[in-house]
Write a protein that binds this ligand. Structure first.
Ligand SMILES: Cc1cc2nc3c(=O)[nH]c(=O)nc-3n(C[C@H](O)[C@H](O)[C@H](O)COP(=O)(O)OP(=O)(O)OC[C@H]3O[C@@H](n4cnc5c(N)ncnc54)[C@H](O)[C@@H]3O)c2cc1C
Length: 289
């Protein structure tokens, strides 16, 4: 299907882009991997597309002076998949990157665009929630940060004002040794998650969990933050009872819908199984009680 008519602008500076967004009916175009299909299907009908691909200084992912990881709005999925920084320092993200969509989508789509699209089955939001990530939003009024856990306000809706651009996403600095996993059940390579789980743990020298982040994708109206499951792990050495309790609590908050990817009961079962599996993988030799 042909898209409806729209105006297209390709600003060269962030200020120009922000000024263009004053138009109520404008939409930011990043990788176009979600927006263009929506426009072609006429599910989205913006009057103006503000293409941010010509803006300088947004393609990076790097650690900042305060030790945080910053991912610019034009950093593609493939940049994160091939990153040398992520595997050692951000294992949750390193595990997530190659599971997002397929290589063609990964070559153009962006992590920030994925957060903005707010698909309840998107992968990155879960990884970023597990890591206490934030979205950095800019407008002519200044800059603000929004926790990724509060960023999706509903399916395909986010907390940005219409004239804000998400210029980056951030992961705060790790305090202790960080362990991470991202587990995704997909029917075939490139499919959205039937169910998925992101886990990020900080573990002190004595083997006790000092911080835990767990998030679920594909099993709710937005990506779900498994707060109680994470809390159940704090202070434990991932003993089997603690892991089992976390698995029960994580599955308990899942609100999946039965669909062509599987029944609600099956998806809840996958969440519990993934929680056990991910946490079993973390128990470092000599650390478990
Ligand atoms: C075949 C296919 C398979 C896919 N499979 C998966 C999958 O398995 N897992 C998964 O997570 N995703 C999957 N996706 C979705 C896709 O990977 C992401 O949603 C996409 O990469 C979003 O990033 P983008 O840069 O392409 O955003 P765009 O398509 O350009 O934009 C998406 C939305 O976000 C807004 N937006 C983008 N960037 C900004 C910004 N900087 N500031 C403000 N608003 C912004 C746009 O206005 C638009 O509303 C798939 C997509 C396709 C086409």
């Amino acid at each position: 299907m042909y898209p409806p008519r729209f105006r297209y602008e390709a600003p060269r500076t962030l200020d120009e882009a922000l000024a263009l967004l004053a138009d109520d009916d404008a939409k930011v175009l990043a990788g176009g991997q979600s927006l263009i299909p929506l426009i072609k299907l006429r599910f989205a009908q913006p009057a103006l597309l503000v293409d941010i691909n010509g803006l300088p200084g947004l393609g990076h992912h790097r650690e900042t002076a305060d030790g945080a990881l910053e991912i610019g709005a034009l950093c593609r999925h493939v940049d994160l998949e091939r990153s040398e920084l992520l595997p050692g320092r951000y294992p949750t993200m390193a595990a997530c990157a190659p599971l997002v969509a397929d290589p063609i989508v990964r070559s153009r789509g962006t992590l920030v665009g994925s957060l903005c699209h707010a698909d309840p089955q998107g992968d990155w939001a879960a990884a970023m929630i597990a890591l206490d990530g934030e979205v950095v939003a800019r407008s002519t009024r200044g800059e603000r940060r929004i926790p990724v856990g509060e960023f999706a306000t509903g399916p395909f809706q986010n907390a940005l004002e219409h004239d804000e651009i998400a210029v980056a996403a951030r992961v705060p600095a790790a305090r202790d040794t960080r362990y991470g996993a991202f587990l995704k059940l997909e029917r075939r390579v490139g499919d959205f998650a039937t169910a998925g789980l992101a886990v990020a743990l900080e573990i002190a020298d004595d083997g006790r969990v000092t911080r835990a982040g767990l998030a679920l994708t594909g099993v709710g109206a937005t990506t779900l933050t498994a707060t109680d499951a994470a809390a159940a792990l704090i202070g434990t050495r991932l003993e089997p009872e603690a892991v089992e309790r976390a698995a029960e609590l994580a599955a308990g908050i899942a609100r999946p819908r039965s669909d062509h990817r599987g029944s609600a009961g099956y998806k809840r079962h996958v969440v519990a199984t993934f929680t056990r599996r991910a946490l079993a993988g973390f128990a470092p030799a000599g650390m478990a009680a």
